[in-house]
Design a protein around this ligand. Sequence first.
Ligand code: KE4
Length: 438
Amino acid sequence: MPLVLTRSAALQQRAEKLFPGGVNSPVRAFRAVGGEPPFIERGEGAYLWDADGNRYIDYFGSWGPMILGHAFPPVVEAIQQAAARSASFGASTAAEGDLAELVQFAYPSIEKMRFVSSGTEATMSAIRLARAFTGRKYIVKFEGCYHGHADGLLVKAGSGVATFGIPGSAGVPEEAAHFTLALPFNDVPAVETAFEKHRDHIACIIVEPIVGNAGCIPPAPGYLEALRALTKKRGSLLIFDEVMTGFRVALGGAQELYGIRPDLTTLGKILGGGLPVGAFGGPAHIMDQLAPLGPVYQAGTLSGNPLAMAAGIATVGHLRDHRAEVYPKLEKLSAAVADGVAAAAEVEVPLTTNRVGAMFTWFFTPDPVTDYAGAARSSIDRFAAFHRAMLSAGVWLPPSQFEAAFLGTAHTDADIAQTVDAARQAFAAIASKAGPEE
Ligand code: KE4
């Protein structure tokens, strides 16, 4: 049954007069999946309600942060209490140290850190630091990985850049992208060749250790170890961009899961419990290159904002204290929904499912997806039809084939059953419309 989106449509009409595409971030526009984007009015636990009162099971969680579910009471209370003491001072507060100590508990590789207000700021700053520390200019990233929208990183990027099929972004002068080498993910020889060619001119490799921005693509066995060995051998820094994987696939992110110690780590999303927080960190001898101690400048008016710190402390503190039950629960529920939907597709629609813990993607292709080229072979039309059908059935999925879906601790077995049932009906409808060639 089609969704009633009367009030959302009116809000979208107004929004398009105020914001390009009616949105404050491109991927929210639903351009890749068609239909009008519902305007969300509130969330609670695993659910969202839109402006017309439609309820959705949320497998998106604000692109990752809401791992404890929406309006998690300890987080709400922490923000309210902090707000009553004023929202911002522009001066140091104890809360920054409290959250930093929680980060250090989960990420032993982070001796010192800096809080910023977004993942983009975290990766941008980490790269500037790596270039200063090594005295080198080139950086290596991977096709389909997205590290935010800093000029030098919008090269063969994932997420919205892949969703809209734009090679990079207008407005980025070639000089800004010149020192960015974009290589295929899960391809060790490509990295070896890049080092052969650029020798000791590569400052760092920045990688999503589990790609989420091309859809979910796990590292091949030994791949991360190879990146670690190659960067050590060549004197380059290894930056794990754990903005998405941090606190998601394990309390200590991918570096805990795979036992790899990067030189620098970037964090975001869950770190702020839904409020704007990013962070970058690593060994003190690298981090102390930052002003006011060293020559690398990096700053932010709202860095370490008291409300954001309060939300982060409540979120990360809960994950730390309850990690023994949280992560096994996320694993069980995520396996159930990922495998359940895959099984529902079996007879109707070819599907490849990639999952690591509570991040997963159903690719509309029968072939394995181990890099961006593989993800790009998916049927975007079928994904769009699936997304629309699931939305109508009250299931909110990321509006792009090149994004990961997420689960949180508020999801229940009943939610999973409803989701799998909706998928079964969606696949039947897709298969009935498909021609023999699809
Ligand atoms: P932000 O600047 O959007 O806070 O973080 C950038 C970023 C950095 N690194 C990784 C691994 C990320 O996933 C992101 C942001 N993720 C996208 C969605 N996959 C943000 C959603 C959006 O652009 O609206």
